[in-house]
Design a protein around this ligand. Structure first.
Ligand code: ATP
Ligand code: MG
Length: 263
């Protein structure tokens, strides 16, 4: 089950990717096509391998088997310098925001501009403050440190950092989790804009179906480290797949079993 687009429209392609930690198989023969300039949302339960999949594409985690191609190049086989070059195409919002505690907010956002693109600090700060504005944070926030912000504000700083360099590819790991519903929708709009205005390729992971419906061109479902269904946003309601149905309706009963003790 995969998304079918002509080869020229493929930005990222995972084929038969396997990853295990000790005895635990986390990615099990995972294959997924991510179309260029579109927004793909991956849904799936906790622990199903979503974050590990993202980190594998970024080369932070190395799979034992399979290929991961970005613009036709297998990132699992790159040298360190080639990998750094490829990484510059990406903006990433980590699930836990992962900000640098010792740097003020603006410098967190400007990090990729100063370090990756050798931009002057003054120019980078200007862009950082503009990106903070786009995620609803004021200029004064720029001079605070991450520890001085609420969880939702930290998340938004993480988002501003992810889009700071206007990257070709943006990964969002749980972009709306922990945000109030209004701010979540502001972030949804920002993701849609990044794809439509900048032509970026977006890969988002979320449990939030309202967000998925708003930001996705395509939706894929991961279950036990495997993509078990993929299609367009509109197809998700008639997937004919009982795992997808259970997930999108949030039902406790169905083929997906949670490892919890029943009272
Ligand atoms: N570095 C690691 N070392 C060992 N096990 C890991 C590591 N990273 C992830 N895992 C394991 O891999 C499995 C999948 O983790 P992953 O973080 O991808 O889940 P997820 O689908 O993102 O879940 P969630 O929705 O809760 O964020 C989990 O069982 C986790 O414990
Ligand atoms: Mg995760």
């Amino acid at each position: 089950m995969n998304i079918s687009v002509p080869a020229k429209d493929i930005k990222i392609e995972l084929k038969n990717v396997h990853k295990r930690f000790g005895k635990k198989i986390v990615l099990h023969d995972l294959s997924l096509t991510i179309p260029k300039g579109k927004s793909l949302v991956v849904i799936g339960g906790s622990g199903s391998g979503k974050s590990v999949m993202l980190k594998s594409i970024l080369g932070i985690i190395r799979p034992e088997k399979g290929s991961i191609k970005v613009d036709g190049k297998d990132v699992t086989k790159l040298s360190t310098s080639e990998r750094e070059k490829t990484l510059r195409k990406f903006g990433m919002l980590f699930q836990n925001a992962a900000l640098f505690d010792s740097l003020p907010v603006w410098e967190n956002v400007a990090f990729g501009l100063i370090q990756g693109r050798n931009m002057k600090r003054k120019d980078a700060k200007e862009i950082a403050l503009e990106k903070l504005g786009q995620v609803g944070l004021t200029t004064e926030i720029g001079d605070l440190y991450p520890a001085e912000l609420s969880g939702g504000m930290q998340k938004r700083v993480g988002l501003a950092r992810a889009i700071a360099t206007d990257p070709e590819i943006i990964f969002f790991d749980e972009p709306t989790t922990g945000l109030d519903p209004i701010m979540a929708d502001v972030i949804n709009d920002l993701i849609v804009n990044s794809v439509q205005k900048l032509g970026a390729t977006a890969l988002s992971i979320t449990h939030d179906m309202a967000s998925a419906r708003k930001i996705a061109d395509y939706i894929a479902m991961i279950y036990k480290g495997e993509i078990i269904w993929a299609g367009t946003r509109d197809e998700v309601d008639n997937s004919g797949n009982e795992y997808v149905d259970q997930f999108i309706h949030g039902r406790a009963d169905g083929p997906i079993k949670m490892d919890v003790l029943k009272p």
